[in-house]
Ligand binder design. Structure first.
Ligand code: SAH
Length: 374
C-alpha cells in the first residue's frame, strides 16, 4: 500500500488524523483488504478501494517448496520484477527474505540477481508490501534484507520499511540488513541507525585479490575498509556483525583461507555464517557444476561448484580453533530456486560478458557501480 498516497487521500477527504493509523494497523495485522476494516465507515472503505491500491505489488507467480518455503514473484505498477521469500522452520520461526531493488547493479559472480538487468530502487511501500503479502498468509517474526539488490544503495527506503516491520510482528532485533560493504551507505547505517537492527556483511573472501575477482565491488571498497566500518558498528552496538561467506569449491574454501579470515575478523566483533553455495542458471541441474572445480572463475557464476560438506566442516573447524563464532547456514527452498543468491526473475538478461565478448551495457550513472573485469 502506498502509504504516502493513503495519507494524502485521507487528508483530502478531511478524514481525522487517526484514520491512516487505523488503516495501517489493520494492514499490518494481515487484513485481506479494506473491506475487513470494520471500524472504518463503509463509504470510506469503498473509496479507498478505488483510490489507493491495497498493494503496490501484483503477484505474478508463487511457488512452494517441499520444505514449506514460499517464493513469490511480484511486479511493481510500472512492471519491474521483485522476488521475496517466506521461510518456515521447524522451530516455528517464520522468516522473510526481502528485496530492496528490482535486480541489482552489482555483479557478484556467484549471485543470480547480478545477471539480470537492474531495474530501480524499490520504495518503502514496495518493500513493505512484500512483507505484508506473507503476513496475510501467516504470522511472521524475522526479516532479512537478503533478496534482490544492495540495501545500502537504497538505504532511506530500506530503513523506512524496516522501521514499520515491528507492526507486522518483526522486531528490530530480528531484522537484518545485509550488504556487500557499500561504504557510503554502510557509514550512514553505522552513524544514523539507533534501532537495534542487525547488520550482515557479505565478505566471501579474506583478501582483496580474491574478493575483487569474485565481487567486482571490492575494487571500489576494499576489505580493510569495510571490515573496519563493521567493527565500528559492533563496538557501538556491542553486538556482533554477521559475516556471510558463501563456500565455493576450490575458490575460497581452503583451511589457510579460514585462518586468514579468522586473523582478519578476530574473536570479538563478528559471527561468521558459512553459506552452502546454491547453484543457479547454467549450473542448476548440475550440467555445468564442476566444470572447473579447482580453477577460479573467469566469467559467469553458474560455473561455480559448492564446497563439499567435509570442506565446509574443515573450514568451520579452523574458525572454531581461532575462537571465531561460526555457524553453517541451512539452505531452504532450493528446489524452487528460492535459496540465497537464486533470486533472478525471468527473463534472464545476461549482461556479464565472457572474456573476449562485447562488454556489458552501461549501468545507471547515478549508481556508477564498478564493472566486472572479466
Ligand atoms: N546485496 C546484499 C544483499 C543480498 S544478500 C548482499 O550481498 O549482502 C544475498 C546473500 O546471499 C549474500 O550474502 C550473497 O553473497 C549470498 N549469495 C549470493 N549468491 C549466492 C549463491 N549462489 N549461493 C549462496 N549464497 C549466495
Amino acid at each position: 500500500m502506498d502509504l504516502v498516497l493513503l495519507e494524502e487521500t485521507l487528508r483530502e477527504r478531511g478524514e481525522p488524523a487517526f484514520r491512516a493509523r487505523q488503516v495501517w494497523e489493520w494492514t499490518a495485522r494481515g487484513a485481506p483488504g479494506y473491506d475487513a476494516m470494520t471500524n472504518l465507515p463503509r463509504a470510506l472503505r469503498a473509496e479507498l478501494a478505488s483510490a489507493v491500491r491495497f498493494s503496490t505489488l501484483a503477484v505474478e507467480t508463487e511457488r512452494e517448496s517441499r520444505d514449506g518455503t514460499v517464493k513469490t514473484l511480484f511486479r511493481t505498477a510500472d512492471g519491474h520484477p521483485v522476488e521475496a521469500v517466506l521461510m518456515r522452520y521447524r522451530d516455528g520461526r517464520r522468516s522473510l527474505c526481502l528485496s530492496s531493488q528490482s535486480g541489482c547493479p552489482l555483479t557478484c559472480t556467484f549471485c543470480a540477481t547480478g545477471t539480470m538487468a537492474f531495474g530501480r530502487n524499490l520504495t518503502a511501500s514496495e518493500i513493505l508490501d512484500q512483507a505484508l503479502h506473507f503476513r496475510r498468509l501467516t504470522e511472521v517474526d524475522h526479516a532479512v534484507f537478503m533478496g534482490m539488490g544492495e540495501p545500502m544503495l537504497n538505504l532511506d527506503e530500506v530503513l523506512t520499511a524496516a522501521r514499520r516491520l515491528p507492526d507486522l510482528g518483526i522486531t528490530h532485533r530480528r531484522t537484518t540488513v545485509s550488504t556487500v560493504g557499500w561504504l557510503p551507505g554502510l557509514r550512514r547505517f553505522v552513524d544514523e541507525v539507533d534501532e537495534p537492527i542487525r547488520l550482515a556483511l557479505s565478505l566471501h573472501a579474506p583478501d582483496d585479490e580474491l574478493r575483487s575477482r569474485i565481487m567486482p565491488v571490492n575494487e571500489r571498497y576494499p576489505v580493510a575498509d569495510i571490515v573496519a566500518e563493521c567493527r565500528r558498528q559492533a563496538e557501538a552496538t556491542r553486538r556482533r556483525v554477521f559475516v556471510e561467506y558463501v563456500m565455493l569449491a576450490g575458490v575460497n574454501d581452503a583451511p589457510e583461507q579460514a585462518r586468514a579470515l579468522a586473523a582478519l575478523l578476530g574473536r570479538d566483533h563478528f559471527k561468521v555464517n558459512l553459506i552452502p553455495y546454491n547453484p543457479w542458471a547454467a549450473s542448476a541441474g548440475g550440467q555445468a557444476t564442476g566444470a572447473r572445480p579447482n580453477t577460479p572463475p573467469t566469467a559467469a557464476g553458474g560455473l561455480y561448484e559448492g564446497s563439499s560438506r567435509e570442506r565446509i566442516a574443515a573450514f568451520r573447524h579452523e574458525l572454531e580453533r581461532a575462537r571465531v563464532p561460526v555457524t553453517v547456514r541451512l539452505t531452504r527452498g532450493r528446489d524452487i530456486e528460492a535459496a540465497c543468491g537464486q533470486l533472478a526473475a525471468a527473463p534472464r538478461v545476461r549482461r556479464r560478458s565472457a572474456p573476449g565478448s562485447t562488454p556489458a551495457p552501461a549501468r545507471p550513472q547515478a549508481l556508477s557501480a564498478p564493472r566486472s573485469r572479466t
